[in-house]
Design a protein around this ligand. Structure first.
Ligand code: PEP
Ligand code: MN
Length: 340
């Protein structure tokens, strides 16, 4: 439920309403718009039985949230959220680009990728140290050793680190290295894992499940937020359809749909969506044109030798080409991206 205050309500009246809510054990989330203030109520609204909130001075109306997810809903918080990852803001004017290899394979591979990605202005280095592979016989990642290389690359380039976590143990280890946890498509409905990252304060990049509806995806975000961690960024990475020309089908329509349903930022991963590097630049352009807040791109110094996802990885040169395009396109849709 949200409480919509009257346009001319006073600061004292807003405080009084919050006091009543907190006195019965409910949490509050205040959204100050240019016209009205909305107070989001966190917790079981049955605690408010017999309290006539609508009669309190300054209160206009009480509005129930009809969606199955609440904290992630735009009704709860109408203005877009900007997620601050140690100084890099996702969801603001600036387009955020996360790039790097699918998996951290060696120190040399990661350092070479990181230095070239940095030249193109990417704010985040991505790289999997824990790889949930379709086959148990495929490369499973370097785990802690891989995270050590990520940290070294961060120290050298200044880029933030985003990396996938797959278990409680990997959360505890990655917590010391990563600026942002990634929950992969295969784990989008691993509710226990979602709750565990929700208990941390670290921002979470939540990828869309391979066959998840937008409602299921937003409920996954709700699991994280319901534990107190509101720093969630959504990542559209393609869904499984009847089409076989691409690895998955990039759901471009998910971008405006999400913008109408949630305040959380949205980024797009055209690499996993298509499985082919040739389609990554055109779909990156489409994603930014449709209103995405950023991109996640797989880049490998030598895609032909990659231990995973080589066919969808851009060379550093192609990645620079992509960023040059985004730098030109961004102002046309009211955004900016600056190649350093
Ligand atoms: C990844 O980003 O490394 C990855 C495995 O992607 P997804 O979970 O979207 O398949
Ligand atoms: Mn990959």
């Amino acid at each position: 439920m949200v409480i919509v205050m009257k346009p001319n309500s006073k600061e004292e009246q807003i405080k009084d309403v919050c006091k009543v809510l907190e006195s019965v054990g409910l949490g509050v989330h205040i959204s100050k718009g240019s016209q009205v203030t909305i107070i989001g109520v966190i917790g079981d609204k049955k605690l408010l039985n017999n309290i006539p909130l609508e009669l309190m001075p300054g209160v206009d109306k009480l509005v129930p949230i009809m969606d199955s997810y609440k904290l992630a809903s735009k009704t709860f918080k109408p203005e877009p959220s900007i997620i601050d990852v140690d100084g890099v803001k996702i969801g603001g004017e600036e387009i955020v680009i996360m790039a790097g290899p699918c998996a951290v394979e060696s120190k040399e591979q990661l350092m070479e990728a990181a230095e070239k990605i940095k030249i193109a202005g990417a704010q985040f280095l991505r790289g999997g140290a824990y790889k949930p592979r379709t086959s148990p016989y495929s490369f499973q990642g370097l785990e802690k050793e891989g995270l050590e290389y990520m940290l070294e690359a961060k120290k050298k380039t200044g880029m933030k680190i985003v990396t996938e976590v797959i278990s409680q143990e990997s959360i505890e280890i990655a917590d010391k290295y990563a600026d942002m946890f990634q929950i992969g498509a295969r784990n989008m409905q691993n509710f226990h894992l979602l709750r565990e990252v929700g208990k941390t304060k670290k921002p979470v990049l939540l990828k869309r499940g391979i066959s998840a509806t937008i409602e299921e995806w937003l409920n996954a975000a709700e699991y994280i937020m319901s534990e107190g961690n509101y720093n969630v960024v959504l990542c559209e990475r393609g869904i499984r359809t009847f089409e076989t020309a691409t690895r998955n089908t990039l759901d471009i329509s998910a971008i405006p749909v999400l913008k109408s349903k949630t305040h959380l930022p949205v980024i797009v991963d055209p690499s996993h969506a298509t499985g082919k590097w040739e389609y990554v630049i055109p779909l990156s352009r489409a994603a930014i044109a449709a209103g995405a807040d950023g991109l996640m791109i797989e880049v490998h110094p030598n895609p032909r030798c990659a231990l995973s996802d080589g066919p969808q990885s851009l060379t550093p040169e192609k990645f620079i080409e992509l960023c040059t395009t985004i730098e030109k396109l961004a102002p046309l849709v009211g955004r900016k991206y600056i190649m350093k």
